[in-house]
Design a protein around this ligand. Structure first.
Ligand code: KG4
Ligand code: ZN
Length: 344
């Protein structure tokens, strides 16, 4: 399509990026709020949207400046319109609408998960379609068949907590820092993965759905038990983190294997915040080697929320003629391919 500005504000990260032709990242800026939410051990929606309001203008300006482009150079604007926190989404959406209106540029609303899936196709060697996409983030855990980026089929998803949510809650229970996923990844390297045999939920189930809430509870009960028996001994936290992480990774690898068997796809992308996890990358790479699959993980800065992935989807939508109206809405939950207003 050309030069597209992406804006992402669905949760606690505020991001803007300028991408050329859907794959070449000219600038990708992320303003994160870790310090704001750290003391609460989780995202506080009201604080997230207020901080977005404070920084949205400067973040977009910085992305334009770093890319060496002006608003007038843009061929279009893409903004995340769901799923996510409504207050957070509205900030990016209102800003994008105002900018599109003032500059006379086409605007499209982008589905956040489509963005994560498209992150596998950013960079010099985009993963070819069709591929199997495992989305593992703070809000989502799901497997998709990506026939083309416009034809995506949901194969299975979590019935309760997302994998990242379980990482964050376990980290909080273990008294680790925030955001928890990264901390578990770090401390697990010092622990024994086989120290505790935590459950691997739904791995006996023939389907492709996930469940992580029981695993999270099993970890909490183990911590309670050890605390009531005199407290956590040195090394316990690392052992629990490593054993928990291994259980999650086992589930993700087993379900991916099952999905490869049933779809017969030979390419796999692992995307979303957890795709940055070292143990998951290691185990998935081994699996891919055994089965001679082509596997792709986005570079770490593109695993977590960013706007380059949003611009990449917007580029495709715009080139297919999609145009969002100024009535484009924010959606806290919305199935893939159903962003209203994108087609009028
Ligand atoms: O994709 P993302 O930025 O946001 C959502 O769309 O949800 O994912 C954030 C999630 C958080 O739960 C965070 O703890 C987790 O990804 N995360 C990790 C790692 N880095 C981020 N989890 C495990 N290991 C990591 N290295
Ligand atoms: Zn995300």
């Amino acid at each position: 399509m050309g030069l597209v500005l992406g804006i992402e504000s669905s949760c606690d990260d505020l991001a803007a990026a300028v991408v050329r032709d859907g794959s070449q990242i000219l600038a990708s800026v992320v303003h994160n709020q870790d310090l704001i939410h750290a003391r609460y051990g989780g995202v506080v929606p009201e604080l997230a949207s207020r901080d977005h309001v404070r920084h949205v203008h400067a973040t977009v300006e910085r992305a334009l400046h770093e890319s060496g482009s002006q608003i007038d150079d843009l061929d279009g604007i893409g903004v995340t319109s769901g799923p996510g926190l409504i207050g957070s989404l509205l900030v990016g959406l209102c800003f994008a609408k105002a900018l599109a209106y003032r500059a006379g540029k086409p605007l499209v609303g982008v589905h956040h998960i489509e963005g994560h899936l498209a992150s596998a196709r950013l960079g010099p060697e985009p993963l070819a379609c069709p591929f199997l996409g495992l989305v593992v983030s703070g809000g989502h855990t799901a497997l998709y068949r990506i026939e083309t980026l416009a034809r995506i089929e949901l194969l299975g998803q979590t019935r309760d907590d997302a994998a990242g949510e379980a990482f964050d809650k376990v980290a909080k229970r273990l008294g680790l820092g925030y955001p928890g996923g990264r901390e578990i990844d770090r401390i697990a390297r010092e622990g024994r993965r086989e120290a505790i045999q935590f459950p691997r939920p739904l791995t006996g189930d023939p389907g492709l759905d996930f469940s992580f809430s029981g695993l999270k509870t099993a970890v909490a009960l183990e911590v309670d038990r050890r605390e009531s028996e005199g407290g956590l001994a040195p090394g316990d936290v690392a052992d629990i983190a490593a054993s928990f992480q291994e259980a999650v990774v086992d589930v993700l690898v087993q379900k991916t294997r099952r999905a490869v068997d049933s779809t017969r796809l030979s390419r796999v992308a692992v995307v979303g915040g957890l795709a940055a996890n070292r143990r998951l990358r290691e185990r998935m790479e081994t699996f891919a080697r055994e089965r001679e699959l082509e596997i792709r993980f986005p570079e770490p800065r593109l695993c977590t929320d960013n706007a380059a992935m949003i611009a990449a989807v917007a580029d495709r939508m715009l080139s297919e003629g999609a145009r969002g109206s100024f009535g484009l809405e924010a959606f806290s939950r919305i199935p893939l391919g159903r962003i209203a207003g994108a087609e009028d």
